[in-house]
Write a protein that binds this ligand. Structure first.
Ligand code: 8YV
Length: 312
């Protein structure tokens, strides 16, 4: 029996190598098929290869009695039940660094789109509205804005570096001030939101950050803009929709949602909202690097019992 299991949400190129070179088997995702599979064919599974958004919950971990490592494709590990993994001494790896620039690039693309209305203008031209009344509303300068970064990790810093090129004044919130940057530090998300015009969310997902951007934070942001490239769970989606519907928030650009791939209808209808399908790391170059790093983790674990980029 094979000892490696993988989820079909992984890129096809990775699945092929897992099957062909490592004899890995696919975990069925349909709930009934998965239940039957987990009851009969998994006694010897030692490694699970999963993706950031799908992760591995406590039920799946409990169903794999021989599991020793979880190799995740993506940097976010919020969908992995760490408590269950730690209790059993199961090692976990992710794919940090290789996707930082791609995610930061998308965040800046969303920022520019939001302030200049690029997607909305594209819809306007395609509808044939150009040259007719009413005229398109003016956008706002993306240069020289006060921006806030919620969670100054690798991706947050990469966004900050890019925005410095736009002459933006950068502030951030994280659990403690970072000594190696001279951006303004705020010790609560609310204070940060109060001080900026555009709030970028790059903090990791998970129980600790669930609804961190709540009604109060959105109110503090006022007629500002929100850009989220982290996890949908960090934002209270109902409060966000309400703030946008009531015109309290100027706009939002969202690559992630609370219940992906479900995107609330209310958001789809708004012209001041930019929506993308969780594609921060979705470039050919970055995905190749992520596949390589996931495979390096798998191979290192199989050979030496050690992961290359363990999550600590
Ligand atoms: C996904 C991500 O992993 O890195 C993360 O945490 O959310 C993404 O890069 C990627 O879409 C694969 O599912």
């Amino acid at each position: 029996m094979n000892t490696i299991l993988y989820r079909p949400s992984l890129p096809e190129s990775l699945q092929r190598v897992l099957r062909d070179d490592h004899g890995a088997v696919e975990l069925p995702e349909a709930s009934r098929a998965q239940m039957a599979f987990l009851q009969s064919e998994v006694q010897n599974v030692e490694v699970l290869v999963t993706s950031g958004p799908r992760g591995a919950d406590a039920t799946l971990i409990a169903a794999l009695p021989a599991l020793r490592a979880i190799v995740s494709f993506g940097v976010g590990v919020d969908a992995i039940d760490f408590h269950a993994a730690r209790e059993r001494g199961i090692h976990v790896s992710n794919t940090p660094d290789v996707l930082t620039d791609a995610v930061a690039d998308l965040a800046v693309a969303l920022y520019l789109d939001l302030l200049r209305g690029v997607s909305a203008a594209d819809r306007y031209v395609r509808r044939g509205d150009w040259g007719h009344e009413p005229r398109r509303a003016l956008g706002h300068d993306a240069t020289g804005r006060r921006v806030g970064i919620l969670g100054l990790g690798r991706i947050g810093r990469a966004i900050a570096r890019r925005l410095q090129g736009f002459g933006c004044d950068i502030a951030y919130f994280s659990r403690s001030p970072r000594e190696d940057v001279d951006f303004h530090y705020f010790d609560t998300p609310e204070k940060l939101a109060q001080a900026v015009e555009v709030l970028f969310i790059t903090v990791a997902g998970g129980a600790e950050t669930r609804d961190l951007v709540n009604r109060r934070v959105l109110e503090a942001l006022g007629r500002g803009y929100l850009v989220n490239v982290s996890r949908g769970t960090v934002v209270d989606e109902d409060a966000l929709i309400e703030a946008l519907e009531k015109g309290r928030l100027a706009g939002a650009a969202l690559d992630v949602f609370a219940r992906e791939p479900r995107v609330p209808d209310a958001l789809r209808k708004m012209d001041n909202v930019v929506l993308t399908p969780h594609m921060g790391s979705a470039t050919e170059e970055t995905r190749v690097a992520m596949v390589d790093l996931a495979l390096a983790n798998l191979r290192s674990f199989l050979e030496y019992g050690r992961l290359v980029t363990p999550v600590v």
